[in-house]
Design a protein around this ligand. Structure first.
Ligand code: NIG
Ligand code: FE
Length: 423
């Protein structure tokens, strides 16, 4: 039925707004308890934005006589914001399940990388793959993420390293951004690894002199939209100086800085990110105390990736210390051939158990703070009037079940809704 509004969600047991005063992120005391309404309804307009949220009887009176394209009875269920995955590498070809076996047998991530496996292995396969092939597998992966409640996801290039393949990956991401219903924040990650036969300095020069000018041109023509720039700042990959040069040039052409830092070795990446005005830094297992304070002061968010620390048996990032110092903590799945996880509910569970985050902290990290890490928390990441109608409905009367339950979320998450449409 054609109607005045797109969607009415009626009488939910709990509506988890996350925040309700237009906050762009949550840190410190604001994380103690999230904004939750009991017995509430929510309306999304035809433009895909939230029109009203409030007590069920108030909404019923306010919208009596109005028509909706879809009405969902949410009695006994909870409504939460769509989940935001702030860090993924989802465009690639080739299988690396054999490396999981090697790691279980004791090989480290860097041993496999230096022996030509890891990122190098995926780069070779991705260079050989057609754009259509990459798009198809990417689309399937996005479908799995959506089923697990993700409605906005950061997607990196970075398995091409040469300009031609990096552009192929970015075109695949751009196509998904235009054709699919999941929200995408696109990241150029041409400095994900140093290509064979080059030094880090030569690779950085190539990126600065050839890749970034091309991205600027394609962005200006409206062909490819890129939001963020990323570098893998790590011993044996890009050192601090090359990282600085690449990120600064990316910022100069209008990209948000969002990079891998302080993962396997302390690199002072957090200090660098704070100095450059980075929007986010990911991993941070080896961040220094000074780096944590610098990030809190600069409002540079920390994207923590519990899957990687778990899979590689790394030491856990010091989430508690970061939270106590006032860092804006976000979460990501880090989906990639090394960390094969599509599910933000699993990520939140791991963050709570292994990184000692509370459930409100984990949910904020996977919604408003993840949206902040992508520079999108003015439109995404909470249920507030005027924000995009991205949300999930779970078949439980307590929202915490989304985190408490370990796996099997397809049964729990009944609806995933993007811009007011069930997807
Ligand atoms: O975030 N650390 C660098 N990049 C990825 C791993 C990519 C890969 O192994 O293919 C990460 O974990
Ligand atoms: Fe990563």
């Amino acid at each position: 039925m054609a109607g005045g509004h797109s969607l009415l969600l009626e009488n939910a047991q709990q509506v988890v707004l996350v925040c309700s005063r237009g906050e762009r992120f949550l840190a410190r005391d604001a994380l103690r308890s999230l904004a939750v309404l009991e017995g509430a309804s929510l309306v999304v307009g035809k433009d895909g934005f939230i029109k009203a949220i409030g007590p069920a009887d108030v909404i019923r009176r306010q919208f009596s006589g109005e028509t909706f394209e879809e009405i969902i009875d949410c009695s006994g269920k909870c409504i939460l914001p769509g989940l935001v995955d702030a860090h993924t590498h989802p465009v690639w070809a080739g299988e690396r399940v054999h490396e999981f076996a090697m790691k279980l047998a004791g090989a480290t991530y860097m041993e496999i990388h230096q022996a030509g496996g890891g990122i190098h292995f995926t780069v070779e396969r991705t260079r050989q793959a057609s754009e259509e092939e990459l798009f198809r597998s990417f689309q399937q992966r996005l479908q799995c993420m959506k089923r697990a409640g993700t409605t906005l996801v950061e997607c990196k290039s970075g398995y091409g390293l040469d300009l031609e393949t990096e552009l192929k990956m970015l075109r695949v991401i751009e196509r998904a951004r235009r054709e699919l219903d999941i929200g995408i924040s696109a990241t150029y990650c041409g400095a994900h690894s140093v290509p064979k036969g080059k030094t880090a300095t030569e690779a950085a020069d190539d990126i600065i002199n050839n890749h970034l000018p091309k991205l600027k041109e394609l962005g200006r023509n409206g062909e490819i939209h890129v939001d963020n720039i990323d570098v893998f700042c790590e011993e044996g990959v890009f050192d601090l100086d090359s990282t600085r040069r690449i990120l600064q040039r990316g910022k100069d052409i209008g990209l948000q800085i969002n990079f891998h830092g302080d993962e396997l070795h302390p690199m002072k990446a957090a200090e660098l990110g704070a100095e450059l005005g980075a929007q986010a830094i990911s991993h941070l297992e080896e961040v220094s105390d000074e780096g944590i304070v610098a990030m809190a002061t600069a409002r540079c968010s920390a994207v923590l990736l519990p899957t990687t620390a778990y899979m590689l048996r790394l030491k856990q990032p010091r989430a508690r210390k970061m939270l106590d110092e006032g860092v804006i903590v976000a979460l990501g799945s880090d989906f990639n051939p090394n960390a094969y996880c599509f599910s933000m509910p699993m990520v939140m569970h791991l963050a709570c158990v292994n990184m000692r985050m509370s459930m409100p902290e984990a949910l904020a990290a996977a919604t408003i703070n993840a949206a902040y890490a992508l520079g999108k928390s003015h439109t995404h990441g909470s249920l507030e009037v005027g924000k995009q109608g991205d949300l999930i409905i779970i078949n439980s009367s307590r929202w915490e079940h989304l985190i408490y339950q370990f796996g099997g979320h397809h049964e729990l998450i009944e609806y995933v809704i993007a811009k007011g449409k069930v997807i």
